[in-house]
Each structure stands twice: as C-alpha cells, then as structure tokens.
Ligand binder design. Sequence first.
Ligand code: PEP
Ligand code: MG
Length: 319
Amino acid sequence: RREAERLDRYKPAITTDGRRVEVAANISDPAEAVQAVEAGGEGVGLMRTEFLFLQRDLPPDEEEQFAAYQTMVRAMNGLPIILRTLDIGGDKNVPYLRMPAEGNPFLGVRGIRLCFEREDLFRTQLRAMLRASVEGPVRIMYPMIAAPAELERAKAITEAVRQELNVPPVELGIMIEVPSAVMMADRLAREVSFFSIGTNDLTQYVLAMDRLHPVLAPQADGLHPAVLRMVERTVDAARRAGIWVGACGGVAGDPAGAVLLSGLGVAELSVAIPAVPSVKARLRAIAMADAERTARDALDCVDAGEVRALVRQRFADAG
Ligand code: PEP
Ligand code: MG
C-alpha cells in the first residue's frame, strides 16, 4: 500500500473529467531540486535564485552559479526547470550591493529593475543559466516585469549573452505580478513562451497591502475577486497569443486556490515541495467543469471570504 502511494505520487494530476493540470515545485537550492522530484513535482515552476545571493559578503561568481544551476538541472532528470533571474530588493535586502535606502522598497528598485541598474550581475547570472541550459530543459523567467519595454530590454541582454556563448535559445517567460503587466498582458504575451502568475506580489500590489505587514498581511488574501479577475485577464491574453500560464505564488498551493486557478485556465501550479502531493490529490478529486463554474462564480463575489465560502460549499467532499 505504501508502495502504491509512492507510485501515485509520480502520476500526473488528472481531474475526474479527464483534464490534466501540471503540478510543479518552487525551490531555492540544489538539494530542493532532488526533493521536488521525489515529492512528485512534474518540474520546477520557480527556482528563486536570489537565495544564492543572500547571507554572504560578495555575489556568487559565474562558476559558482553555473555549478548550482547545473546540479539542479541534472537532478531534474529531464523535467523542466524555470530559473528566475535575480529578484532582490523589496523584502530581500543584500548589503554588499550597496543600493540606496528606499522609503518604499516594494515599489523601488527590485527584481528586473535592479538587474538593469546592475547589468554586470544580470549578465553573469544569464551566462551561468545559459551554460547550464545545455544539460536539460531550462526556461528563464524575469521577475517584476511591469512594461513591454522592460521585457524587450531583458530579452536583448539575454540574446546578446546567448550569442557570446553560442548556445541554443531557451524558452523565456515572465512573472505576472505587477498590475500593469496584467493590463499589458496582450502585448507581453507576444514576446514570451509563458507567463507565471506571482500571486504573492500581485495580491499586495492589487490590494495595496504590504505582504509582510503585521496588521494587513492576513487580509491580503490572494483569493480576493480583484486578484482572480486579474488572473482571468492574464489567462485570456495568453490564450489569444497561444502561450501557457502557470502560477507560482502561495495561492497555487492553497486547496481552494488550486481549484480556482485551474478553473480559470492556469495550466501549471508551482507550489511548495510539501504541498505537491496534496495539490495533486485535490485536483484528482474534482471535475474541471465544476472548477470552471466555481471560478466564474468567484469572480462575482465581493471579497475573499465569500470566495472561500463558495469553494467550501461546492467542494465539501473533494479532499
Ligand atoms: C510571487 O510574488 O507570488 C512569487 C512567487 O515570487 P516571490 O514570492 O519570490 O516574490
Ligand atoms: Mg514576487
């Protein structure tokens, strides 16, 4: 019976009406790549590379990063891995970069903005990622893209680095985690292979509530209909352009969130490693037709509390 459970882990998550939703894992170091595969992850939907840069006195050089990425790619054993370029700034401060203090770090030079300020770091990281990409299906993803011009600039730098290295192109995608990116998703979708919705930041920026705020954070629920409507709009733009959409924020691993995101057409849920088996089990217990109907109704709710009550009522016995 244990053995049967273990094997079940590696099967895809298919709803009772035969629709597949990919379940991938979020990781932040090479050891977690191994754990992600063991937990039944069908890939890594988000590798948070900034963890390689924290708690040290100097940034990791190209060789150190290459070794880390290569180890992860190998551990994936042919499964896809999305490497996100540096997302420093905001809540992740790195003293050795000596960035000026900011009054609103979450609205400041973070993510791709910092990579443009420090193009040396960005290029080094891209070199390491692209070198590792020859060993398996690596996808590169840019965080905090807020406008088409930023994507164009990030892609141009990536292409220049790729030509220097003379390696084949990789699939490129962006995080959708800033409201302006949602509103411009039709334009952005033409330029990438995939979107991954970062519900943590998208929620904080849509609701104007700091995700770490001691008083407000509990209210900043990613199941708020305002956030779900942003997801709907993103999926719609992606469909028109023929690209796929994943989600990698906390909502993807929330039992109600997994149902609603897949019901809205999100094709890949990337969740914390321990949540991989439970999210798969949850998806296997429901019909996509019910998830779609519930997601549509959730868009008409007034707040996250009403959305959660709706999902509880519709999926009382779905595990
Ligand atoms: C997000 O914003 O939802 C996300 C997945 O990225 P991070 O939590 O690393 O900001
Ligand atoms: Mg984010």
